[in-house]
Write a protein that binds this ligand. Structure first.
Ligand code: F6R
Length: 261
């Protein structure tokens, strides 16, 4: 796991965008895994800027979102399908139909989840998965207690997650759905490169477990310790509980340029 502690969101956005841009240069038809929420916004903003100036193109790329709320109508502004369109997809040059999301409106939810797994496999798997992390250590919406071997399925959102996300629903906890479809932990682990972003003091405990804690279903993100290629982009506040923060800073400063991101 590579831990990079950066001064601010803009620096996180640039490095995350470098990871995506380098991949697209090597593989223009890359498959991206797209998180929603606040954490990846700096990366999406930077990629939108680079797309506008022509330094990156998504014309041949495709993407899969991580998760979707159950119970929101298709036109709800907080449906993750609409959020990712607004925050990222509509701002770059993806071909139409290049982005897929789990179908939380399906009558047969298990079949929709299985179809999503098949679609990811048919696309050749995810090359680069962008992730945030919940204050309770979830990735995707794999809440504490999730099977470390899980695949896309329906989950009940933890109360803490609904409280955290009420800010997107006018502060009204009752408006936040209770269920979601989410890629499983094994689905996320199958991505070839994972770039996880965490900022702010509210993420410090989850980041401490992610990087330095014991691997446990209680902190689902800890499964990433078993992944061979994870890049964790943090600000100082999110890194504030890392015992080895000094070592991570030193390691990144001394990183040979040829290693890239
Ligand atoms: C979003 C997702 C979640 C968020 C996490 C952090 O698609 O899967 O795991 O990444 O809840 O959310 P923010 O970034 O809003 O703090």
């Amino acid at each position: 796991m590579e831990i990079v502690i950066l001064p601010d969101n803009a620096a996180i956005g640039r490095l995350g965008a470098d990871a995506v841009g380098n991949l697209l240069q090597r593989k223009p038809a890359a498959v991206l895994g797209l998180a929603t929420g606040s954490s990846p916004l700096s990366i999406y903003d930077e990629l939108a800027t680079r797309s506008a100036d022509g330094s990156v193109s998504f014309a041949k790329a495709s993407g899969f979102t991580l998760d979707e709320y159950v119970g929101l109508p298709a036109d709800h502004p907080e449906s993750y399908r609409n959020v990712i369109d607004k925050d990222f997809v509509s701002r770059v040059d993806f071909a139409s139909g290049a982005i897929q999301a789990p179908n939380a409106l399906a009558e047969d939810i298990p079949a929709a989840c299985a179809a999503y797994e098949s679609a990811i496999a048919a696309a050749g798997g995810v090359d680069l998965q962008i992730l945030g992390i919940g204050t309770d250590g979830h990735i995707g919406f794999n809440e504490p207690g999730s099977s470390l071997a899980s695949r896309t399925r329906i989950k009940t959102l933890a109360r803490q997650t609904r409280i955290d996300n009420a800010r997107f629903f006018g502060g009204n906890l009752d408006a936040v759905p209770t269920h979601c479809l989410t890629q499983g932990l094994a689905t996320i682990m199958a991505a070839r490169h994972v770039v996880l972003v965490a900022t702010g003091p509210g993420k410090a405990e989850a980041v401490h477990h992610l990087v330095e804690g014991a691997v446990s279903a209680l902190w689902p993100a800890t499964i990433l310790q078993h992944h061979p290629h994870v890049t964790v982009l943090l600000d100082g506040a999110a890194a504030s509980r890392l015992q080895l923060a000094g070592y991570y800073r030193e390691t990144y400063r001394a990183k040979p340029a040829w290693q890239g991101i």
